[in-house]
Design a protein around this ligand. Structure first.
Ligand code: FES
Length: 112
């Protein structure tokens, strides 16, 4: 199976590259910049861009398993839904469908 050409789902990383507590920023073959976050056996994908001032969220910290904090001004987002939990950001971030096939993390269409 060629993961690069799977319709709608694009190869993002090997599943072992996504470590708990360490957001992973990747650029997909289609140009999307996404941030992968592991929560137990589940991997989430969100856009790797803070809507406040466009900083890469993958440089931030997970303040809890599903809450990602922007490293610049401290906005917090729920990586399951993209919702803003703390300003100064006011807009939600995009979240994407994720599949894991044969140890490969595939990122699909925007969910939010
Ligand atoms: S750039 Fe993320 S909170 Fe300002």
């Amino acid at each position: 199976m060629n993961h690069e050409t799977t319709p709608l789902f694009v190869r993002a990383a090997h599943v072992d590259e996504v470590e708990s507590a360490f957001p992973l920023g990747v650029v997909l073959a289609d140009g999307r910049r996404v941030c992968l976050v592991r929560d137990g056996e589940t991997i989430h994908a969100v856009e790797d861009r803070c809507p406040h001032r466009d900083f890469a969220l993958s440089g931030g910290d997970l303040v809890s398993p599903c809450v990602l904090e922007c490293p610049w001004h401290g906005a917090r987002f729920d990586i399951r839904t993209g919702a803003v939990l703390q300003g100064p950001a006011t807009d939600a971030i995009m979240t994407f469908d994720v599949r894991v096939t044969d140890g490969i993390v595939l990122v699909g269409p925007c969910r939010s």
